[in-house]
Design a protein around this ligand. Sequence first.
Ligand SMILES: CC(C)(COP(=O)(O)OP(=O)(O)OC[C@H]1O[C@@H](n2cnc3c(N)ncnc32)[C@H](O)[C@@H]1OP(=O)(O)O)[C@@H](O)C(=O)NCCC(=O)NCCS
Length: 156
Amino acid sequence: MSREKSIQLYQAETLSTQQKKELLKIYNKYFPLSIWSKKYFDTFFSDTKRCPIGFFLKAGGTYIGLVLGRLNKHDNFFNINTLLIIPQYQKKGLGKKLLDKIIFEIKKNHSVEKISLHFREQNRLKEFYTNLGFKNHRVDGYYNNGDRKYYMDIKI
Ligand SMILES: CC(C)(COP(=O)(O)OP(=O)(O)OC[C@H]1O[C@@H](n2cnc3c(N)ncnc32)[C@H](O)[C@@H]1OP(=O)(O)O)[C@@H](O)C(=O)NCCC(=O)NCCS
């Protein structure tokens, strides 16, 4: 009988250089159309003016998910830049758990009115985010490869 590995939640601000490297590898593996460079990833965390916030999940020493967000350039709302649960761990409530956690922390620490996010058409996430309270689904530009960029937000 296989035993479930226990899943732990960590705050991304405490990541060491090596841990950032591992997380970046996971991110780039599962988002091959939106590759992040090491420099972009480092800058994401070091640009403290934009109040980066993030959480990740580990199971038995392996990274299985992450969520990252920060203020938009004009400091008037938060943007969730990425949310990922690796395929073997999807549909177990973990994506919702990470999203709830980041929304809770943003609400607690920032007086912004909304949290926004974008996703590719092919990811078919309208229903997922709608069920979690996001609204205002609309096309908001295009990704580099021509994919439609969908926008949703949630008032907080
Ligand atoms: C999208 C993603 C984060 C969801 O994570 P997850 O852990 O599988 O989702 P959860 O198990 O927490 O699902 C929460 C609810 O949403 C539903 N749901 C999950 N994925 C869904 C989808 N693609 N479409 C519609 N509903 C979905 C679940 O059934 C569950 O419903 P319930 O509460 O009624 O049981 C995950 O599928 C993923 O990482 N996908 C690939 C990367 C990606 O597209 N990320 C988003 C980029 S913005």
